[in-house]
Each structure stands twice: as C-alpha cells, then as structure tokens.
Design a protein around this ligand. Sequence first.
Ligand SMILES: Cc1ncc(COP(=O)(O)O)c(C=O)c1O
Length: 382
Amino acid sequence: MDVHADPMNLLRQRSSVKWRIFPEDVLPLFVAETDFPLAPPIQDALMAAIRNSDTGYTPPTSELPEAFARFADARWGWTVDPAQVWTTTDVGVAIVETLRRVTKPGDGVIINPPVYFPFFDLVAESGACVVEVPLSGGIDAGWSLDLAGIEEAFKAGARAYLLCNPHNPVGRAHSAEELRAVAELAAKYGATVVSDEIHGPLTYPDSQFTPFLSVSDAAREVGVCVTAASKAWNLAGLKCALMVTAGKPKEAIVGSMPDEVYWRTSLLGLKASVAGYRDGGEWLDGIIASLDANRRLFATLLDSQLPEVKYRMPQATYLAWLDFTALGWGEDPAAHILEHARVALSNGPPFGDPGRGFARLNLACAPDTLTEAVARLSSFRR
Ligand SMILES: Cc1ncc(COP(=O)(O)O)c(C=O)c1O
C-alpha cells in the first residue's frame, strides 16, 4: 500500500506543535510528528466515536492489551501476556510512574546520551538522578551500548536504566546480544530496566527490532517495556501509552500503581491505538516504505549538495542525527539553520554533551520537502 505525506497546504492547516510554533516561511522538520495522513482504520474508529458521542472515561479493561499482544507476536514473534499490559496517558508518564516505584529519591538512573532529551527531565521528575553513560562509537563507526560503562554505573549504585530501544536520535535498533548483556547486568546488581520502545514498530526491513522483554528470562525479571502506537501512527495528541511486564516482580509493581495512572488514558487514544495495532499493519508498512525511500533520498541529497554533513542512515524510526561540525556552524547548528536557512531542526545540545555540533532532522515528510530542506541548507552554506 502506498502512503504519501499530505500536501503542504493541508499540513499548514494542522494545529499541532509542528505547524504552529514557527512562521510559514520556516520548513518544520523538528518534533517527532509525521506528515502522513491517519490510517483509514484509525480515522474510522475515531469518527465512529465522535458520531456516537463516545468520549467519556476509559474503562479498566479494554481490547488494547489483546490487540498489542497480537501485533507484538505477528511483527516480532514476542509473546505478550495481555494480563500484563496496562495503559496510561503517554510514555512520559509511564516512565515517571515506573521509575518512582523502582527507585528512591536521589537514586541513579542510567541514560545513554545523545538521547531523547526529555529523558533528563523525566528522571528528575521521578525524584531520581541522571547517570550518563554515553553511547559508544559514533557516526562513523556506528553506535553501540557501552556495556562496561553501564556495569560501572550499576556498580556505583544506579538502581535503574532508562533504555531507548530503538534509540532516538541515532536510530539504532540495539542487538539481542547487547540487550541480553544489559539484562544480565541489571539482574546482577538488582536494578530495573525501563525500555522505551515507542519507535519499535518503525524499524526498516533491513534491520531488526528486538523487544527487551523477549531476550531472556533475566530481561523478563528486570524489565518493564513502555511503548505506544503514537509514533508509528502519529497519535501523540490522543494520549494513550502502554506499560508491559513479563515477570512477577515487575507485574506486581506496575499492576499496583494508583488507579489514577490508568484512568488518565484517553478513550480516543485507546480506540485509535486498538485500530492501529489491530488493523493498521498494512498502512504502517506503507509508511515504512515511504520512510525507507526518504532516508535513502536524504543520503543522496547530502552527498551531492552538502557532503560535509555526516549522516548515518537510521535502522529504525524517521529521525536523522546529523553532524555539522565540519561546516563550523557552532555547538548548536540548528539555531543557525533556523535563522539563516529557515528550516527548523531539533537542537543537538539538549540531547546531551555528544549533541554539540549536531542537529536532528525529521524524515517523515514528502520527498519534495526533504529536497527543499537540503536546498535551503546548501544555499545558506554558500
Ligand atoms: C523515545 C521517545 N519516548 C517517548 C516519546 C514521547 O512519547 P509520549 O508522547 O507518549 O510521552 C518520544 C517522542 O518523540 C520518543 O522519541
């Protein structure tokens, strides 16, 4: 199924943050929203709810755990017990509420910069402290998890690890071997791994997404998966996320959160998520095919017009993590680019120290938009 981004005149009518923060002369390629239309099964589910004035509270049991379990099995061969799936408002809330229950105030929580920058604030919101273990490698060699650094951090007392799998912004799908090693380390030091898998469904056909809870018994003991349908099907405004466990200790923790945590799930978000997981697979494949073409087109455009910018094609998701250091555009190239080229990228430094000289670009747009963005950047360079 072909899925194409909406035309610019329609996109400009959207009222989400991507389309409202900057004036119209700016091409917005920053926040992780896509320019694709909603999948038809999701549109139908939402329209039916609106027609029936079905906009009340979300009931304590729903079809979502079963729909997610079927999707996880079909896509990744991961067996999920629907009785160990709970819903809440969004992945941010799922992270904070989980960390609150597995750490004490002031405990360390490992994160791997450069990383989705709200992780810094979410750890602080939970009362814990960030312990940075940067990714190993880099844009030339490719990134990996620094297992020795992670062990050091656990040894020094970190009680939890907030893993980004696949990793935003570098787009890496961590390997099963690495994840197995992480689980062993967490088990050895009695720590919890909170695996944020929101980008998992957007993994490219030449790569493999591995759900953390699928890798070993140790992972099932130490891990909590937090995820949502909201990146794959662009539902961030609808507010629904999932928390998944696969072992008794974590089941007890996540399953006994205050009822309010689950009650904050939006009914419309839940309906859209069920429709996505249950009936949105073909549409998702169409989106992945479009993104696959875009990530390759972007490489070609950079090669021909901006060869100084380093880009490593993502294995998953629609984010391009770009190294601008050779151009000398300073620590925060996105600031210069916005001012001079009128393209809005995500600023690199908030992703952590390794983000200096970098910026993140959102590839989930029309090929013409990407072409225009690179043309603007290269004309600014001259
Ligand atoms: C890794 C990661 N986690 C969480 C989120 C946000 O999820 P939510 O809107 O459900 O809090 C994003 C959004 O881009 C993300 O990239």
